[in-house]
Write a protein that binds this ligand. Structure first.
Ligand code: ZN
Length: 372
């Protein structure tokens, strides 16, 4: 099970438990637009995405105003601070089903259809709000985590009425409900090896989005992402593959546009190039996947090649909820090729020699993947 799913479930359990114990007057009545921060410190980001810029942070217990939600992320404001936070770190104060006797969605007319589900499906988003009615203006009943099995009871305007295994009912956006088989392994085109394969390379950040700035040499992540991507493209072409870059200049590209390049070109693999940051003195490379069926085999091959071929240590592979992976139907990974916040890593990775070696290691990982 994915760590974030476990976290989401834990927080859901905590949230429902906490709400059940609250005296009614402490739960703000009415619009369902205020929430409390559950995490010790919660990052606020510029976009509903774990990869977007951090614009601030909120302390545990801070009450925020909720104005929107997308992909399990919630748009909040607190004083002058505005941005997106991961939904499962919030206790949605008002309008939650837990402080009401059962919601209208599970009573009355809906009882007549409760027995006959239209089909079975599961949650395809990392976390998904279940609401009292078909629309974002309806109160949140519950937060469902990735992979939660659902019975489909009804459909309306792109929304789906569902029932969970523990008999909760409500409405969720139809975009994030699907057959688990929808996110399945993409058959590899052509024969074995890299020859004739289409690889989309995505140099992270660009334009006014600088990414990480190195702690010692002020190395700009967006710049070395692009130079590393260029080495990778060059070496892939030499190996007979077609290499397509999502950006070739210092320009800001929306995350979804990067995904679109991959989907439109029916990429055999999508590799997003980044360098990492951490407040701790950690070092090394890390390869992220989102889907276990679609992305994990690729992540495994690339992480193992980085480990074999680079002097920098490999931290292996990990689940990562990044937009460019999550929204991508092609096999995708995001590689972090060292920590710019670690002076030793930074001194090494800013050099062309390291970037060429890292590119060669990714080529070898891709080749192993296509030869499996
Ligand atoms: Zn980055």
């Amino acid at each position: 099970m994915k760590r974030s799913s476990i976290l989401a479930l834990l927080f859901l359990a905590l949230l429902l438990g906490a709400l059940a114990m609250l005296p009614a007057q402490q739960v703000q009545a009415g619009d369902g637009r205020s929430a409390k921060v559950l995490a010790t410190s919660l990052n606020v980001r510029s976009e509903p995405d774990g990869e977007s810029t951090i614009v601030g942070s909120l302390k545990q217990g801070t009450v925020v105003t909720v104005s929107d939600e997308a992909y399990g992320w919630v748009k909040v404001s607190s004083g002058r601070l505005k941005g997106w936070v991961a939904g499962y770190y919030l206790q949605i104060g008002a309008g939650s089903a837990a402080d009401k006797p059962k919601s209208s969605a599970s009573s009355g007319a809906s009882k007549s259809v409760a027995g006959k589900a239209l089909g079975q499906a599961s949650v395809t988003a990392d976390s998904l709000f279940m609401r009292e009615g078909p629309g974002t203006d309806h109160s949140i009943v519950s937060v469902l985590s990735l992979g939660t099995p659902l019975s489909i009871l009804d459909r309306k305007n792109g929304w789906v009425k569902v029932r969970t295994a523990d008999d909760q009912t409500g409405w969720v956006s139809g975009k994030y409900v699907g057959n688990p088989q929808d996110v399945s392994a993409v058959p590899k085109s052509g024969g074995k090896g890299l020859k004739g394969k289409t690889i989309v390379i995505d140099p992270g950040h660009g334009g006014n989005d600088h990414g990480v700035i190195g702690s010692k040499h002020e190395t700009s992540e967006k710049t070395i992402n692009l130079s590393t991507a260029r080495y990778l493209a060059e070496q892939l072409k030499q190996a007979g593959a077609q290499a397509i870059l999502t950006r070739t200049s210092d320009k800001k590209i929306e995350l979804q546009d990067r995904v679109n390049v991959s989907v439109k070109n029916r990429a055999d693999a999508f590799v997003s190039i980044h360098y990492n940051a951490s407040p701790k003195q950690v070092s090394g490379t890390l390869t992220f996947f989102y889907s276990e069926s679609k992305d994990l085999p690729l992540a495994r091959s690339i992480a193992s090649s980085l480990e074999r071929n680079l002097s920098l240590k490999s931290n292996g592979y990990s689940y990562g909820n990044y937009h460019v992976l999550r929204e991508n139907s092609r096999p995708s990974v995001l590689v972090e090729l060292g920590f710019l916040t670690n002076p030793k890593d930074e001194a090494l990775v800013r050099g062309a020699d390291y970037q060429r070696k890292a590119a060669a290691a990714i080529v070898e990982g891709l080749s192993d993947y296509f030869n499996e």
